[in-house]
Design a protein around this ligand. Structure first.
Ligand code: COA
Length: 180
């Protein structure tokens, strides 16, 4: 099991089934905040739903299809980050992430994304790293922009969020840009 220190106060750790109550509580306390931009919040109704998600991420890791990690801040679960998938044939991956509302504004996600990017390019030797953000999601868009990703285009009506579609900006970074 991996463990990665992000700062004096924060680290990435894998999610384990025993943490399901903690993960569910974080989601349950942040429904309005998360629901603005994430489509799965209303489908997360009980601790068992969070356990099922964690088990899915453990299978994902076992199948070498990327991994998810909890972001821990001062020993509290603050959010989650993970690969949607790894496309080995094309050397590419897409990342997703979220934080509880009160854990925003500390630079935690920028550090976590930076760690995933470094791992993808330096350890796994992928060629392309992608992050998709809803056009109006300024806080999320600021992360790839801060890390030098290039906006590559807009996908119209890319995601259904409960009662409306949102367009996505695709941000990409290539190994040759990262390593330069
Ligand atoms: C998207 C999301 C993770 C961004 O959170 P965030 O706290 O803004 O991002 P970071 O953790 O990288 O922190 C950046 C903020 O911390 C500040 N900060 C403090 N120290 C910092 C540091 N060392 N490095 C970078 N930023 C730092 C930055 O100035 C910035 O604050 P500002 O926006 O007020 O300028 C969060 O808003 C969220 O979970 N939203 C709901 C779910 C969601 O939208 N997920 C993404 C779907 S694509």
């Amino acid at each position: 099991m991996f463990y990665h220190k992000l700062s004096e106060d924060a680290e990435l750790r894998p999610l384990e089934a025993r943490q399901s109550p903690e993960l569910f509580a974080l989601i349950d306390d942040n429904r309005l905040h998360l629901r603005q931009w994430l489509p799965w919040v209303d489908l997360t109704r009980t601790v068992d739903d969070s356990r099922a998600f964690i088990e899915l991420t453990l299978r994902q890791f076992a199948q070498s299809n990327g991994f998810h990690a909890g972001i821990w801040y001062q020993d509290e679960l603050a959010g989650v980050i993970g690969h949607h998938r790894i496309d080995i044939s094309n050397g590419a991956t897409v990342l997703g992430y979220w934080l509880g509302e009160r854990f925003q504004g500390k630079g935690l996600m920028t550090l976590a994304v930076q760690a995933f990017v470094r791992h993808a390019f330096e350890d796994v030797k992928l060629n392309r790293f992608e992050i998709r953000c809803a056009v109006g999601n300024d806080r999320s868009r600021a992360i790839p922009e801060r890390l030098g990703f290039k906006p590559e285009g807009v996908l119209r009506d890319a995601e259904w969020l409960y009662d409306h579609f949102v367009d996505h900006v695709v941000y990409g970074q290539l190994a040759r840009e990262y390593l330069r």
